[in-house]
Design a protein. Structure first.
Length: 393
């Protein structure tokens, strides 16, 4: 940890007075970036930047429709993400703030105020990434693969504006739970108004069945000496013009375009599992999403999806294996039940990670195979290869 004192008089002063004259310190925290902290601990400012460079061929985006398989190949090299993150606390150590800005697209992603005085009862207000799915909640800079699976597009809530209450109920032994509950606008990032008087309601109950908390992060970089795992149930209900969400805000799944105010009632359910132990990591999600068209006699469609993902640092089993090297695999599937689209979509991916400095500086090689099968149609498939360097400082 790098640390230096900042004099309350000026930087021009050649000789610093005694330590009692220091009103603030500056240091570098590998996990939070540069920190500016007052001596009385009433104020903390943390600033961190992140860049993500990516090469992809024959294209970068997951194929969504059959037309995507027939289109021209568009190999790309790009700065996929360029983020500025600012956080800390003000007045009290438990009164925290955080905001995140995407420089390449000029998007304000997160802006939140958190009251975290008690472990069992915390509050958050602002715009934030909802904890509905572990895959989406994990930061793009702390993922195990290059990017999220093919089901993320269909099932994520992404970022919403609203309020949330959360905490950890830590009992003895296996009686260890985390919970989240939120009331949200339900119209996506950057949209501060609702289309009607219906709000989004969200809840998550997480059982830490081994009595230890597992954070939202990919890969077992901690090399846990004691196993840690979770089982979680998530539910959400919302009525709006939208049937999907992304960083861009509210959007539409295929077949549900041009939704009107309150047209779609969307009810979602998700069951999660995650586990880490001695370099091995596992996570999975199983989704169901009901889309009810209130403009069409409450016609209901069911959408299903899943992914399973695992990784391992083989130096725990093979002596000559390099310690920074991890192998990871993922299988995902999306099965809509819609008259206009009976497409079954599947993804199988494998990745190799080299961690120069944890998630703060890592290189990932990934290959994916997509197989889409449409009832009454000709199946389509595609291979994709991507290389990504993610660095934070």
């Amino acid at each position: 940890m790098i640390s230096l004192g900042v004099s309350k008089i000026s930087y021009a002063q050649q000789e610093e007075e005694s330590d009692t004259t220091k009103t603030a310190t500056v240091r570098y925290n590998p996990e939070k970036g540069f920190e500016f902290k007052t001596r009385d601990d009433k104020f903390l400012l943390q600033i961190r930047s992140r860049l993500q460079f990516r090469f992809a061929t024959p294209e970068d985006q997951d194929p969504v429709t059959f037309d995507d398989f027939k289109g021209d190949n568009k190999a790309s090299f790009k700065i996929n993400r360029a983020r500025l993150k600012v956080g800390g606390h003000a007045f009290k150590p438990w009164l925290k703030y955080y905001w995140e800005y995407e420089l390449s697209q000029s998007n304000l992603l997160n802006y939140t105020i958190m009251v975290e005085k008690w472990d069992w009862l915390k509050f958050m207000v602002g715009q934030f990434k909802v904890e509905y799915t572990r895959e989406r909640r994990i930061s793009s800079g702390e993922q195990q693969m290059v990017d999220r699976s093919i089901i993320n597009r269909e099932f994520t809530l992404d970022r919403q504006q609203g309020v949330e209450v959360y905490g950890r109920l830590k009992g003895k032994g296996v009686a260890d739970f985390n919970y989240w509950a939120g009331v949200l606008t339900g119209t996506g990032r950057g949209n501060s108004e609702n289309d009607d008087n219906h709000l989004m309601y969200f809840g998550r109950l997480q059982w830490n069945f081994l009595g230890r908390y597992l954070d939202f992060v990919g890969s077992d970089l901690e090399d846990h000496k004691k196993p840690v795992g979770l089982l979680a149930v998530n539910v959400v209900t919302n009525q709006s013009p939208y049937t999907r969400f992304s960083q861009a805000g509210g959007g539409s799944l295929a077949g549900y375009e041009d939704g009107g105010p309150g047209q779609y009632r969307v009810n979602q359910f998700n069951f999660e599992s995650a586990f880490m132990y001695r370099g091995f990591s596992w996570q999975s999600e199983f989704h169901r999403k009901d889309v009810i068209n209130t403009y069409d006699n409450n016609r209901k469609d069911e959408l299903h999806g899943y992914y399973i993902q695992a990784g391992y640092f083989f130096h725990n089993a093979i002596k000559w294996w390099p310690k920074p090297l991890e192998l990871a695999v993922r299988n995902a599937g999306y099965m809509p039940n819609q008259e206009a689209d009976q497409t079954k979509k599947r993804e199988t991916s494998a990745a190799v990670n080299w961690f120069f400095n944890g998630h703060a500086n890592k290189l990932t090689f990934e290959t994916s195979y997509f197989n889409y099968d449409k009832t009454g149609g000709i199946p389509a498939d595609e291979w994709r290869f991507r290389v990504q360097w993610d660095i934070s400082f």
